[in-house]
Design a binder for this molecule. Structure first.
Ligand SMILES: *[C@@H]1O[C@H](CO)[C@@H](O)[C@H](O)[C@H]1NC(C)=O
Ligand SMILES: *[C@@H]1O[C@H](CO)[C@@H](O)[C@H](O)[C@H]1NC(C)=O
Ligand SMILES: *[C@@H]1O[C@H](CO)[C@@H](O)[C@H](O)[C@H]1NC(C)=O
Ligand SMILES: *[C@@H]1O[C@H](CO)[C@@H](O)[C@H](O)[C@H]1NC(C)=O
Ligand SMILES: *[C@@H]1O[C@H](CO)[C@@H](O)[C@H](O)[C@H]1NC(C)=O
Length: 622
């Protein structure tokens, strides 16, 4: 209690220093210089008995439900090709967390229980529960009920099979903090602060409200970092004397507000700087209580619900070996990957676990986090994971992390040094970042040089910053845009919707949270020609009317070079190599559905046909 009080007093003195370090990096040096005297001062504070009087609990905790089996803070994630994880918290330990589910809301005929009881960590009032559902049919609506004497039925769409070419949308939401007394504000203008402590999705509360109101328009959310902003507890003066509880109260409120969304849609998380410790003040993590440093809440909350990676469904043996290596090297929830329809999505950790990582040991933020893997584990993972992608199965490769290296604000140079070459080498299509509290879109770029092809089949990745979701720190202004910055908005709360239109076209939009308007829209064309296949989208039987024969022929002619792949019926592969519309039930789910034709077969059978437009058409229509 006493140390808590000291922490409050300490923060009163140091909060302005935090603010200054954000704008003046030299302050960090000053803090470094003053560290020893500050620590001595704190030790003295701890010894002062009169401070015991200052402990007054003030945190804005949500009410604890009378029924302590009541699930709160529900969160889903894609856990495997046919698997969803369901995480939730309770205010009492549950011996055997269970979920009932089924494909009809009034017949939840299946039940899965966790093999372990719920867990918690110091300073938390709640317990984490996780159940993993497996063997789900792909792309199917399931109804589920967390087993409790006080729970209701919700539903989710099970993951689309890797390789399924059905168009879908995802949202990228980053830097989204709590609403209410300890949260969301408009920079420097407390009068506009939203004071409603809990979120009714029917109300408009910018991003959370918009995500709730449009919940049927997207299939999952990626959120690479900065949740809740619990470490900003001291920005509400009322919290100064009860930081430990204020930190937890903000987490409870935020994840309760998020539950209508994260309990319905897979919500894929990776870490940001605001997950690191009880406060973002350099050198002070040692003052944080156990449970409020080293990404503890983040790790407990998402560690058992995020996937490691998917086994490859490619027929290419080296792709399978690499995907297995990546799975071994993954460290969820810090770095991992998953596949969904046409997309392979990698979540990375820009905070710790690479050279000069900002929140790592000795990093520039002095937050003393991690490491969470062995030396080089994260980069070895990323390399193996990106190398394993078979673009005939998942043509789109997205990498999402917290700190950007392309921004008109403050770039993360160590992040660029660690990651950029890998993204470029392996042909990543889109990099999604946040951290800067605004929206920005860049032309495809490598080494700060824009790709000459622009959005028309570039080799370099396109990058966005989607950090404008809204939090207690407000938006960050952009003064001068980089020359390859195509769109910048520092005035509207926003998030990004990424639309996987088909195997060659990806649409990236920024949505204004308040109005729902599309603020900016751009389309990236990628031929993905190394192994792009014929561009006929499973699931089969496909409708040939939906395929533009000219476009199909053109793409095929470009795509079918030696080593490329083509989706065909397995039974016909050995004999006539005809495409048929017979229905293989699970495209891409087993090894059989994507065939790599040997260069010899291609030269003998396929290439002559491709060169003849009529025969090519015949092949498509066979
Ligand atoms: C049951 O759950 C609802 C919704 O989460 C909550 O508002 C209510 O307080 C709970 N009831 C009891 C008895 O705990
Ligand atoms: C929410 O916003 C929409 C569009 O801006 C508006 O039409 C509607 O009345 C608002 N609802 C509430 C409850 O404020
Ligand atoms: C943070 O947690 C990780 C994983 O438990 C551990 O390996 C690491 O040593 C911890 N770092 C600190 C500074 O405690
Ligand atoms: C892919 O989508 C783009 C944009 O909507 C469209 O122009 C193109 O024809 C589509 N390609 C196929 C094969 O459907
Ligand atoms: C198989 O995969 C490896 C690694 O991704 C790649 O280098 C190689 O070109 C692929 N082989 C074929 C025939 O596609």
């Amino acid at each position: 209690m006493l140390t808590e009080c000291c922490r409050g007093l300490y923060m009163m003195v140091s909060a302005p220093v935090v603010a200054l370090t954000r704008v003046q990096p030299w302050i960090v040096l000053l803090v470094e210089f003053l560290k020893a005297p500050i620590m001595r001062l704190l030790t003295a504070f701890r010894a002062a008995p009169l401070l015991a009087a200052c402990v007054v609990a003030k945190a804005n905790y949500p009410a604890i439900p009378e029924d302590t089996t009541t699930p709160v803070q529900q969160r889903l994630a894609i856990y495997g090709p046919n698997s969803i994880s369901i995480g939730w918290n309770t205010y009492a330990r549950q011996d055997e967390p269970c979920v009932e589910y089924g494909t009809s809301s009034d017949n939840l005929d299946q039940r899965t229980c966790a093999s372990v009881a719920s867990t918690t960590y110091p300073t938390s009032r709640t317990y984490e529960n996780v159940v993993i559902l497996t063997d789900l049919a792909a792309g199917t609506t399931y109804y589920y009920k967390i087993v409790s004497t006080n729970s209701t039925v919700d539903h989710f769409l099970s993951p689309r099979t890797p390789g399924d070419g059905t168009p879908f949308n995802i949202n990228a939401v980053i830097d989204l903090g709590v609403y209410g007394e300890d949260g969301f504000t408009i920079q420097g203008d407390k009068t506009k602060k939203d004071t409603i402590p809990t979120i009714d999705p029917a109300l408009n509360h910018t991003t959370i409200g918009r995500l709730a109101n449009t919940v049927d328009d997207y299939e999952l959310i990626i959120h690479p970092g900065d949740f809740a902003y619990a470490d900003d507890w001291f920005l509400s003066l009322d919290n100064l004397l009860d930081g430990e509880n204020a930190y937890q109260a903000i987490l409870e409120n935020f994840y309760t507000q998020l539950a209508p969304i994260s309990g319905r849609k897979p919500y894929m998380a990776s870490p940001g700087n605001h997950e690191a410790a009880c406060e973002e003040l350099p050198y002070t993590t040692g003052l944080c209580p156990d449970g409020q440093k080293n990404f503890t809440d983040f790790m407990h909350r998402f560690g058992q619900t995020m996937p490691s990676g998917f086994a490859s469904v490619s027929t290419n043996d080296s792709a399978k070996v690499l995907a297995n290596q990546a799975r071994e090297l993954a460290q969820p929830p810090f770095w991992y990957s998953f596949e969904y329809g046409m997309a392979h999505i990698v979540m990375i950790n820009t905070e710790t676990d690479f050279e000069d990582a900002p929140d790592g040991q000795g990093g520039s933020a002095h937050l003393n986090g991690g490491p969470f893997g062995t030396a080089n584990q994260q980069l070895d993972f990323l390399k193996a994971d990106l190398a394993s992608v078979d673009r005939a199965v998942t043509p789109w490769v997205i990498v999402a992390g917290h700190r950007p290296w392309y921004t008109s604000g403050t770039a993360c140079t160590p992040c660029q040094d660690a990651f950029e070459d890998l993204l470029y080498t392996y042909g990543v299509d889109l990099g999604v970042f946040g951290h800067e509290h605004n929206a920005e879109r860049f032309l495809p770029v490598y080494n700060s040089v824009a790709d000459a092809n622009g959005m028309n089949d570039p080799k370099a990745p396109m990058y966005i910053v989607a950090g404008g979701a809204g939090n207690i720190e407000g938006l960050s202004s952009i003064s001068t845009q980089l020359d390859f910055s195509e769109y910048a908005n520092d005035e509207d709360y926003s998030y990004s919707t990424i639309r996987f239109l088909n195997r060659t076209h990806l649409q990236v939009d920024f949505i204004g949270s308040v109005t729902g308007d599309i603020l900016d829209s751009s389309t990236l064309y990628k031929s993905h020609d190394v192994r792009a296949g014929l561009g006929i989208s499973p699931p089969w039987p496909f409708s040939l009317n939906a395929v533009d024969p000219d476009a199909g022929c053109h793409r095929a002619a470009k795509a079918l070079t030696p080593g490329s792949a083509i989706g065909i019926q397995p039974s016909s592969a050995s004999s006539s190599l005809e495409l048929t519309s017979e229905n293989p039930t699970e495209y891409g789910d087993s090894e059989s559905m994507v065939y790599c034709l040997s260069p010899a077969i291609q030269a003998k059978w396929l290439l002559p046909r491709i060169q003849d437009p009529d025969l090519q058409l015949e092949m498509l229509l066979a």
